[in-house]
Design a protein around this ligand. Structure first.
Ligand code: KPL
Length: 310
């Protein structure tokens, strides 16, 4: 099976490196030729929390160089999905599958605009992985990946099982899920709580457990997200606070992806996370004041970067 991993960010680099080490035919796909050339030269540096480092040489290229693949994993930031979706038609082989492993909502809809829904899969990963620098990542927290066929997908259960086996073969804990929409929302609930708070306070995930006021806001944002999911007819497992606590605990040393974005001066995924909770809540007649405020604060934090005092 030939694989492409679209996006050399933290998750993309980790997955591509693990597949490569497992002997899978995999390429990392970048849209920037300069960065692709540098990464090809240096390889992907994977650091563990214990300080162990290894360099994995992963083939890296632009979409036309990589060509059609059986499985294309979309691991770009939610705000780059539009760009990624444009190259999906040339990356997906006849009968190939595209799997989004991204945060937030709206990614599947964007991908469907260029390749339709029938060969799409959705996945949710609860891994703690931090990008230190171009191609240099810290694998800070192991976690499970759930994969399933969303509404409109015609990918067979046996094909989902083959993708799950591929992930397992690369040393990742992976499980198939029939109700992947609910799982996407369960992750959204977690991201709505952890990501904006850690980004605003500039703390690792585990610190939220030690900051009672921050924790209260995180739980309130997560609870609003869970209420919107329930109003949309989805049944999410468990209590949002308990789920939040578990993820903060498992990824305690990790910097959330939104904190990494803020620190690097990049756009954030706020529009795909808290803003989605607010928009979808409004459409269902639900108020989401905590998510509204967190959305505004993160937008303000992004805009204020040029004015920050030393
Ligand atoms: O998904 C994450 C993210 O940072 O975006 C969590 C699970 C919160 C890990 O940091």
């Amino acid at each position: 099976m030939k694989l492409a991993v679209l996006g050399p960010g933290a998750l993309g680099c980790l997955i591509a490196a693990l597949f490569r080490e497992a002997g899978v035919e995999v390429s990392l796909v970048d849209y920037r030729p300069d960065r692709a050339a540098r990464l090809r030269l240096r390889g992907i540096q994977v650091h563990s929390l214990e300080g162990v480092q290894r360099v994995v040489e992963v083939p890296i290229g632009l979409a036309p160089e990589v060509g059609p693949c059986d499985l294309t994993i979309v691991a770009v930031k939610a705000y780059q999905t539009e760009t990624a979706a444009r190259v999906l038609p040339e990356l997906m082989s006849q009968g190939g599958v595209a799997l989004t492993l991204q945060n937030g909502l709206g990614n599947l809809e964007t991908m469907a605009r260029t390749v339709g829904t029938s060969r799409l899969l959705a996945g949710v990963g609860l891994l703690g992985v931090t990008r230190q620098d171009e191609g240099r990542i810290i694998y800070a927290g192991r976690g499970v990946i759930f994969i399933g066929a969303p509404a409109g997908s015609q990918v067979a259960a046996s094909e989902v099982a083959a993708v799950v086996d591929l992930f397992r073969g690369a040393g990742l804990e992976c499980q198939p899920r029939e109700n992947i929409e609910a799982v996407l929302w369960e992750k959204l609930v977690i991201n709505a709580g952890i990501n904006p708070l850690t980004a605003l306070l500039r703390v690792p995930n585990g610190a939220l457990l030690k900051l009672p006021e921050a924790w209260e806001v995180a739980v309130a944002a997560a609870a609003e997200a869970q209420a919107v999911a329930q109003a949309a007819g989805l049944t999410l497992s468990g209590d949002p606070a308990a789920r939040l606590r578990q993820v903060c605990d498992h990824t305690a040393a990790n910097r959330s992806s939104m904190l990494q974005d803020i620190l690097a001066g990049r756009p954030t995924e706020i529009e795909a996370i808290n803003a989605q909770v607010a928009t979808r809540g409004r459409a269902l007649g639900l108020l989401t004041p905590v998510n509204d405020l967190l959305t505004l604060l993160i937008r303000a934090a992004t805009q204020s970067a040029p004015f920050t005092v030393a």
